[in-house]
Design a protein around this ligand. Structure first.
Ligand code: ADP
Length: 399
């Protein structure tokens, strides 16, 4: 089955055509700067990349451009639209309505639309993309895969905030989590690599990229996660602050005269690694600067590790132990130095990293803990698109 995976952001639309049975990516690409005069599509097939500038005023135009890129040209990925057997959409927010991926119908679209307030940059663009696909391929089954659904197993003790309960009832203010498809994918792969059922494992999955989040997965169920009502919560990130004393918000608004947009900008775009270092949101640059003696870069680096350790400790306690810790995304997959810092000195907790294995570079799945380590530490490159394709395949095949 060929599944087209569509991931619509505010000004971009990523796509992949996946042959699900083999996991082969037939073609992939991205429409960028959608809505601006400099829009273009980058299409990749058989290792060859082509960039075409063309007007993409909205996501309807982007979907048309994607279909053209797949069907046209010298070496088309598919002969006809009918070769797309199903479409899977990444949906950022499923609120409390969706605890798993679902076939898209009018009711599902209405719910996604209703949740737009919680994910203003993502849910509306996703609906535009769905509508455009429905017009072009009215008979093709479509599936919504939500970033939040994996966290619907959190118990109220984990998802409620200790603020007046009426705000939960009135506005739905609670922890929803994010990066769910990534956490679900690496957990699924970790269980396969360990040759065990997810139902028998206590896992902590760490998605450490520009955005960072961690999840405690107890016997296959997410029981806590670090991102919250929005993706601003939890770990220190590239430009986001993660958890801070909430009293800092009104304090800064009073003392700096910030309005809500400005305070949001500070906490989302000017904080994290960038805020502390003052120079970069990229861990590689921070590392280089720290090596050259920049004290703020060194502090940012330390703080990042500290933030991850805090959650490792907290989640180990919440699950009364941990069998495996999985690292993924840009930092988790690539930074041996950060991994070393995070796990150094944890032998007493049963965590021992094998330095040689930790230093191996490359985008492949591996165990980096010592064979005598009680806790297995793994690096697993994330693949959200594959997970979306797999969900779509399973739901459509069962129809
Ligand atoms: P996103 O997809 O969320 O934009 P990524 O998962 O690509 O982010 O992660 C980006 C982060 O990964 C950046 O901070 C970058 O510095 C870091 N990163 C990538 N490669 C390395 C590396 N070799 N060493 C250290 N950090 C790295």
């Amino acid at each position: 089955m060929h599944v087209l995976v569509v991931n619509a952001g505010s000004s971009s639309l990523k796509y992949q055509l996946v042959h699900v049975e083999t996991g082969r990516v037939i073609a992939k690409g991205i429409c960028e700067r959608v809505g601006s005069p400099e829009s273009f599509i980058k299409h990749e097939r058989n290792g060859e990349k082509a960039v075409t500038e063309l007007p993409l005023p909205d996501h309807v135009a982007s979907v048309h451009a994607v279909i053209d890129a797949l069907v046209d040209g010298e070496n088309p990925a598919i002969a006809a639209l009918s070769d797309i057997h199903a479409i899977g959409f990444r949906i950022v927010h499923g609120g409390q309505y969706f605890d798993k991926s679902v076939i898209i119908d009018e009711e599902v679209i209405a719910r996604i639309d209703e949740l737009s307030e919680l994910a203003p940059l993502h849910n509306k663009p996703a609906i535009s993309a769905i509508r455009a696909c429905q017009k072009l391929m009215p008979e093709t089954p479509m599936v919504a895969v939500f970033d939040t659904s994996f966290f619907q197993t959190l118990p109220p003790a984990a998802y409620l905030y200790p603020i007046p309960y009426e705000y939960y009832e009135k506005y739905g203010i609670r922890k929803y989590g994010a990066h769910g498809t990534s956490h679900r994918y690496v957990a699924y792969r970790a269980a396969q690599m360990l040759g065990e059922s997810l139902d028998d494992l206590k896992l902590i999955t760490c998605h450490l990229g520009s955005g960072c989040s961690m999840t405690a997965i107890d016997h296959g169920q997410a029981i806590d996660t670090s991102m919250g009502f929005t993706p601003l919560d939890g770990l220190m990130m590239g430009t986001r602050c993660g958890i801070i004393d909430p009293a800092i918000v009104p304090f800064l608004m009073d003392h700096e005269g910030f309005n809500t947009a400005q305070i949001n900008e500070v906490l989302n775009k000017k904080s994290g690694l960038l805020g502390i270092s003052g120079t970069s949101n990229d861990l590689r640059s921070i590392d280089e600067a720290a090596d050259k003696g920049d004290p703020r870069a060194a502090m940012a680096y330390e703080m990042f590790a500290h933030s991850v350790k805090r959650y490792l400790g907290s989640y180990t306690y919440l699950m009364a132990g941990v069998d495996a810790i999985v690292l993924t995304a840009g930092v988790g997959e690539n930074s041996a130095k950060m991994r070393r810092l995070i796990f150094a000195g944890m032998q007493r907790l049963g965590i021992r990293i094998d330095d040689k294995k930790n230093k191996m570079m490359g985008s492949f799945e591996r165990i980096i803990s010592h064979e005598k380590s009680r806790v297995t530490v793994m690096v697993i490159p994330t693949d959200e698109e594959y997970m979306i394709a797999k969900d779509t395949y399973e739901i459509v095949s069962a129809m």
